[in-house]
Design a protein around this ligand. Structure first.
Ligand SMILES: NC(=O)c1ccc[n+]([C@@H]2O[C@H](COP(=O)([O-])OP(=O)(O)OC[C@H]3O[C@@H](n4cnc5c(N)ncnc54)[C@H](O)[C@@H]3O)[C@@H](O)[C@H]2O)c1
Length: 331
């Protein structure tokens, strides 16, 4: 399959491209290269790289030529980045979904039938006291601009699926990602805690840290995307799947304590005040296991150990904005 990966130079994108190559597919990366293309360096001779913007139908029309399926990862990721760049967030995270789907479903451009969208379990918000665990049927209640945009994009996708019988989308709602990718991110809770422990010897948590996060390793995400693409269409068409692992449903406090296991000198402090991120949920991930036969391989411990090993490598400028999405000025 020739697979267009929007956002293919990003944290999840680089590894998705790697997994597509391993499985014998032809990835075409479509990205504005906000973080540069370093994460793809190893694969440059095996991939087609198009510098383009998902808001531009002109860029997309040419990129979609000869493509069999699309994995849509491009976006402004995380609440602080969306808040700081509201206009870009609105056009990229919401509006461009229509631009892309218009191009994919227009027979004069060349129909692309198969589509995978990476949404987020943050669409559920805070379910504490309402639901013990969250399934794909649980009502959504986004608490942030980012989560709300994910839900709006899902709704647009469902609208196109209802209108075009030949359009076959799958929505993967991801739990929070952690672990190492060739385009590293230090702004995700697990990676951030590992970084803080390594750099400052201290992890600070607002509140008691008892709110649950559901987590998934970035490599597992990449593998799951390829697994889903390769699944028989009737198992993925118009379906929503959670991407995660119940064993990786951990409290924020647990995550800090796992880091401390590897760096025992770390001081974990609990600060007065409300956590800024109020998400609290335990995600049920049985559907993807039972229907698509996919299962995560990495534990939170694996990811933290791996991050700490990478942090020790000298060839990274860890202070760079490149590893923190909220420090980039999107236009
Ligand atoms: N990382 C997570 O915890 C997580 C969780 C749930 C869902 N997701 C979703 O997965 C996808 C990828 O996230 P990530 O963590 O790899 O983020 P990332 O920031 O590393 O990657 C996003 C990529 O999109 C590109 N991009 C941004 N605007 C673009 C535009 N207008 N046109 C083309 N490319 C553009 C960037 O250059 C970047 O390479 C996003 O859609 C995100 O919402 C991520």
């Amino acid at each position: 399959m020739r697979v267009l990966v929007t956002g293919g130079a990003g944290y999840i994108g680089c590894l998705t491209v790697e997994e597509l190559l391993k499985a014998g597919h032809e990835p075409v990366v479509f990205d504005t290269l906000n973080w540069g293309g370093e994460g793809l360096e190893e694969h440059m001779d095996k991939i087609k790289l198009i510098e383009g913007d998902v808001r531009s139908s002109k860029d997309l029309i040419y990129a979609l030529e000869g493509v069999d399926s699309v994995v849509h990862l491009a976006g402004i990721v995380g609440e602080p980045a969306c808040k700081n760049n509201y206009k870009a967030h609105f056009t990229i995270n919401i509006e461009s979904t229509r631009t892309l789907l218009d191009c994919m479903t227009d027979p004069n451009i060349g129909i692309v039938k198969d589509f995978i969208f990476l949404s987020s379990c943050s669409v559920y918000g805070n379910v504490k006291g309402l639901y013990n665990e969250v399934t794909e049927m649980t009502p959504t209640s986004p608490l942030s601009l980012y989560a709300d945009a994910k839900l709006q994009a899902e709704n647009i996708i469902n609208e196109y699926a209802a209108k075009f019988p030949h359009f076959h989308p799958t929505i993967l709602r991801l739990t929070t990602v952690f672990g190492w990718s060739p385009r590293p991110r230090l702004d995700l809770v697990t990676n951030l805690f590992a970084y803080r422990a390594w750099k400052e010897g201290k992890i600070s948590i607002f509140g008691d840290g008892m709110q649950y996060r559901s987590l998934i390793h970035v490599h597992d995400v990449a593998k799951a995307v390829v697994h889903t693409l390769e699944a028989p269409r009737f198992l993925r068409d118009r379906k929503v799947y959670h991407l995660g692992e119940e064993a990786n449903n951990r409290t924020v406090r647990d995550i800090a304590m796992i880091v401390k296991q590897y760096m025992p000198e770390t001081d974990v402090e609990f600060l007065e005040g409300e956590p800024t991120d109020k998400r609290d949920y335990k995600i049920n991930c049985q559907r993807i296991k039972n229907i698509l036969g996919w299962k995560a391989q990495y534990t939170v411990e694996d990811g933290i150990k791996q991050m700490l090993e990478k942090l020790e490598e000298n060839d990274w400028d860890w202070e760079s904005f490149k590893y923190r999405n909220n420090q980039y000025a999107y236009v």
